[in-house]
Design a binder for this molecule. Structure first.
Ligand SMILES: [Zn+2]
Length: 439
């Protein structure tokens, strides 16, 4: 691309940012609050898939999603260990601190020395801080913003830092919302009691969210992770937690830094389960709508959304067929696990009927016979066969059960959003936030 053309592209992008650009003209140069939202595993095929999933059958009217509306650029994600393909820990460390590290690293550099996160800097500046996740709260992505340990698997050490680490005499977080009860013992002297002694309001069930009325507060609403959105009786659980977080944090006079993770897009991607992934994308997109509405009312707030990497090598179109069928995906009402459990719980003669408990289309003879063969081999083979029916019918492609090295989308809105236009590396995102704040 010539210099002239890339300048034009930038100018067009700046015009497309419209609202933000004019808002920033009036708002202070540095944002008062930062909302950082990370869709774990949400590579570009996920935001594309979600757009068509919302539209339905091919030929339907296509409307921009909130991801499309807020898109400003892309980010590379490679870690520091010469693999190009990052895990969530190295990427969380990069997105939190602007420092590349090795896969598995939580808030430490390649020499395993602790690095300071943008959340930690916000804390130092006297801001309120919070993390919201649908995984356990001490999982890699939120942990990368709060803790400093050599390995993401050190869940207990990470949880301890959530409670015991201090910056300028303060705990790291005013708000913790997500799963992970088992890592914060409620026994006498345990981490939960230590938090209660420090004045944290506490809940243990998502249904009690309303009883959190002020900071500091913690809601650990699942033993480990919350159920997948598609399997949950509250599929909009990230929306509910984001709403609560915004209402508690906006009452603070100082600024706030809020991290919101759509944690399970990645897990559905590891499972190559497109229906599961789209339900997670839906919850995440609605949570973004809430954050965007908050910025509309508080234009001195910066909202940045990105992913840590892409998962599964998802693509739309497979097997040489020039089609993708989101309407098939929409007919699947459960993730692969409950479907498989339901099928395994009955006889082979009941497969077709039991299939319909979770899926709104009938199995073809060929599909039924494939499921029958797999049923005879046990639940792992059956789960693979279930996924194959859904992926083949919808023409959804996957290349791996792991992560891939493709760039991820970057969305931004509000005060300072234009700093994220164009190509950037993931480390530039927190670097630009810190530069904006003079941290
Ligand atoms: Zn992953």
């Amino acid at each position: 691309m010539s210099m002239k053309r890339s300048m034009t592209a930038l100018a067009i992008a700046a015009v497309a940012l419209g609202g933000c650009a004019s808002q920033t003209a009036q708002a202070p140069a540095s944002p008062k609050n930062i909302i950082f939202m990370i869709g774990d595993g949400m590579g570009p095929a996920y935001t594309t898939a979600y757009r068509y999933y919302r539209a339905g059958e091919a030929g339907s009217e296509v409307k921009p999603t909130v991801f499309d509306e807020l898109l400003v650029g892309m980010a590379s994600t490679y870690p520091a260990d010469n693999t190009w393909v990052t895990d969530s820990a190295a990427s969380a460390t990069a997105l939190a601190s602007g420092v590349k590290s090795y896969n598995g690293a939580i808030g430490v550099d390649a020499q395993k020395l602790p690095v300071q996160s943008v959340l930690g800097q916000a804390r130092k500046a006297g801001w309120s801080t919070g993390v919201v996740a649908t995984s356990q709260v001490n999982h890699a992505t939120p942990a990368g913003f709060v803790a400093n340990v050599a390995s993401r698997r050190m869940y207990d050490a990470i949880a301890e830092q959530y409670v015991q680490k201090r910056i300028a005499d303060n705990t790291m977080l005013d708000l913790i919302l997500g799963g992970g009860q088992r890592y914060f013992s409620r026994d006498p002297g345990g981490l939960s009691e230590q938090m209660a002694e420090q004045g944290y309001q506490q809940i243990w069930d998502l249904a009690d969210l309303d009883s959190l009325t002020q900071l500091p507060a913690m809601g650990l609403v699942a033993d480990v992770a919350l159920p997948h959105a598609i399997d949950s009786d509250q599929p909009e659980r990230l929306v509910a937690m984001t709403d609560k977080a915004l209402s508690l944090m906006s009452e603070q006079e100082q600024g706030f830094f809020l991290l919101v993770e759509g944690s399970q897009i990645d897990w559905c991607g590891h499972g190559n389960d497109i229906a599961c992934a789209m339900a997670e994308m839906h919850d995440f997109s609605l949570a973004i709508e809430r954050a965007k509405a908050f910025v509309d009312e508080n234009p001195d707030t910066l909202l940045v959304i990105t992913a840590d990497h892409s998962t599964g090598g998802l693509t739309l179109g497979a097997n040489g067929v020039y089609e993708w069928k989101p309407e098939v995906v929409a007919q699947v009402r459960a993730s692969v696990r409950p479907i498989t459990e339901t099928l395994m719980a009955g006889s082979s003669a009941e497969l077709a009927e039991r299939w319909r408990q979770h899926v709104d289309f009938d199995l073809s003879e060929e599909e039924l016979s494939a499921l029958d063969t797999a049923y005879g081999k046990g639940d792992k083979a059956l789960a693979r066969a279930v996924l194959k029916v859904i992926n083949d019918r919808s023409l959804t492609g996957w290349t791996t059960g792991g992560h891939t090295a493709v760039d991820v989308p970057v969305m931004a809105y509000g005060a300072g959003a234009q700093a994220f236009i164009g190509y950037q590396d993931n480390v530039n995102i927190p670097q630009r936030m810190m530069a904006m704040m003079g941290w």
